[in-house]
Design a protein around this ligand. Structure first.
Ligand SMILES: Cc1ncc(COP(=O)(O)O)c(C=O)c1O
Length: 499
């Protein structure tokens, strides 16, 4: 049974024995039992890795790279035994009815959720500011997007949340919306009012899908905003590797309630994911869930303590701004995750990029993300006093070395989203040709143009290119932003749809 009664605070842990790791236990038993292998993988679990690989791994991982064979190890795409049990434990711990383990991150979770919820001829309501995998989901499903326009926060300079009122209005303007997809929390740790938006979606017969890639820890502490699994969402996608201890790529897709056809989701995930799932990734999900369910409350209490301490110290540094409660109630912002430190650096006359560079090159500290105005540092169960104090003292020193404030007037993004001519899917598969960038005005883009950071698409395939968009792109590049999604990285040319 559960060892820490405090974990019951969120009423999620139920009656299963969360201290067990059934899938990991089965892998360990198979690893210990010596067999001669005439099956894959080619290293046969006994080949010595290259010394450099072993040094990099910190040991020999080959014996642990166990695969499903002869039905002994359970199989991701048809789980019947220990992996099924592990997923059931996860469902209960995270507050879901059904959980799918993912081996290709929330990327495949978003694509799979959209493919399961929508198809050609239908629409998905979504904010423009979402991960590229959501756009990938549209290309795969054929659905048309209905964009919730970005609501740029004046101080942060990015769109942070989705307003329930705008969602309500868009339902009166569009029909045939199969699903609403929101990202909450987003990269900046900001949450929308998922409970109200879920209710609106359901009133209109649409499914509620939440990209909670940055919030897999939320369900385990009542000092954190609630997880979307507890707020009426039908599908919730979490990168367990981002905010818990799972290996990179290891993620989960949770299904809640009975609006979603779970068998269909299983088929979609089998279509999108490798037929040779990596047991190291899957085992790390079993262990991450066990850790959160049994000691998550205590671990997260410490994370919250460190986060609030860091927030106070950083707020005291002249010129830095670490936002929190001051944002709530504006621009659709319902809550924020205190473990994400979003540190505004404009007051010390530097860009987020410059501070991020200084932290890395002078102080050996890597941040999660930087944009023009801020750096973002993610605090997790992997942090301690030492890491937090190093960050604070480095920021103190950087802030002392003030520079001249960049007084260049900031150019706002175009007020209107580009006009959609054809669906992302049709544009993606259309015949296209490259044209010099300047000659692309008035044409239909065949490519994504995604300034990175912050990673919000300026143009999506199927949209009409305008001079205003190209001018804004030139401005962002001048400010040091990279551009992803385009074939010609120099942006001399752009691919347009041949009409
Ligand atoms: C909001 C959001 N959704 C989804 C993803 C994709 O997650 P993963 O890296 O687990 O594939 C990311 C990745 O950064 C993200 O920021």
């Amino acid at each position: 049974m559960i060892t820490n009664p405090k974990n019951r605070q969120n009423n999620l842990t139920g009656d299963l024995d969360q201290s067990r790791m059934p899938y990991l236990e089965s892998l360990l038993a198979e690893k210990e039992a010596y067999h001669i292998s005439f099956h894959m993988p080619g290293h046969k679990m006994n080949m010595k890795p290259h010394p450099m690989l072993e040094q990099y791994w910190g040991g020999n991982l080959h014996p642990a790279d166990v695969v499903e064979i002869n039905g002994i190890i359970d199989y991701l795409h048809a789980p019947k035994g220990k992996l099924l049990e592990a997923q059931q434990l996860a469902a209960q711990a995270y507050g879901a009815d059904h959980t799918f383990f993912l081996i290709n991150g929330s990327t495949v979770g978003n694509m799979g959720a959209i493919m399961s919820a929508s198809g050609a001829g239908q629409k998905v309501m979504m904010p423009r500011a979402c991960h590229r995998s959501v756009y990938g989901g549209l290309v795969l499903s054929g659905a048309m997007p209905v964009y919730i326009p970005p609501d740029y926060h004046p101080q942060v300079g990015s769109s942070l949340a989705v307003s329930a009122d705008v969602v309500r209005r868009l339902f009166t303007e569009h029909d045939n919306i199969a699903a609403v997809h929101i990202t909450s929390p987003n990269y900046y740790g900001v949450l929308s009012d998922t409970a109200t938006i879920s209710q609106i979606a359901h009133e209109h017969g649409a499914l509620m899908l939440v990209d909670e890639a940055h919030g897999s820890h939320l369900a385990f502490h009542d000092g954190l905003p609630k997880s979307a699994t507890q707020l009426g969402a039908d599908m919730v996608i979490q990168s367990t590797h981002k905010t818990q201890g799972a290996l990179t790529q290891a993620s989960m897709l949770h299904v809640i309630g009975d609006r979603v056809n779970v068998a269909r989701v299983a088929q979609v995930m089998a279509l999108l994911q490798s037929s040779s799932p990596n047991s190291l990734l899957l085992a790390s999900l079993d262990a991450a869930r066990m850790q959160m369910a049994t000691e998550g409350y205590d671990l997260l209490s410490r994370v919250l303590e460190l986060s609030y301490y860091a927030r106070e110290q950083i707020a005291d540094i002249d010129g830095l701004w670490c936002y929190g409660d001051d944002l709530i109630g504006h621009n659709g912002i319902f809550a924020y995750d205190p473990t994400k430190l979003v540190i505004g650096v404009r007051g010390i006359g530097q860009t987020g990029y410059a501070v991020s560079d200084a932290l890395r090159h002078t102080y050996g500290i890597d941040v999660e993300f930087a944009d023009l105005r801020q750096i973002i540092c993610s605090i997790t169960i992997g942090d301690d006093d030492h890491t937090i104090n190093r960050l604070i003292s480095a920021l103190r020193q950087i802030a002392q070395d003030k520079r001249t404030v960049d007084n260049d007037p900031e150019v706002p993004p175009p007020a209107e989203l580009p006009k959609i001519a054809i669906s992302p899917r049709d544009a993606y598969f259309a015949t296209s040709r490259p044209v010099p960038l300047a000659q692309s005005v008035g044409e239909i883009s065949a490519e994504n143009i995604i300034p990175y950071p912050p990673g919000i698409p300026l143009v999506v395939p199927g949209e009409i290119l305008t001079q205003e968009l190209l001018d804004y792109l030139a401005y962002l590049r001048h400010k040091g932003s990279g551009v992803v999604g385009v074939e010609d990285k120099s942006l001399t040319t752009l691919r347009i749809v041949i009409q």
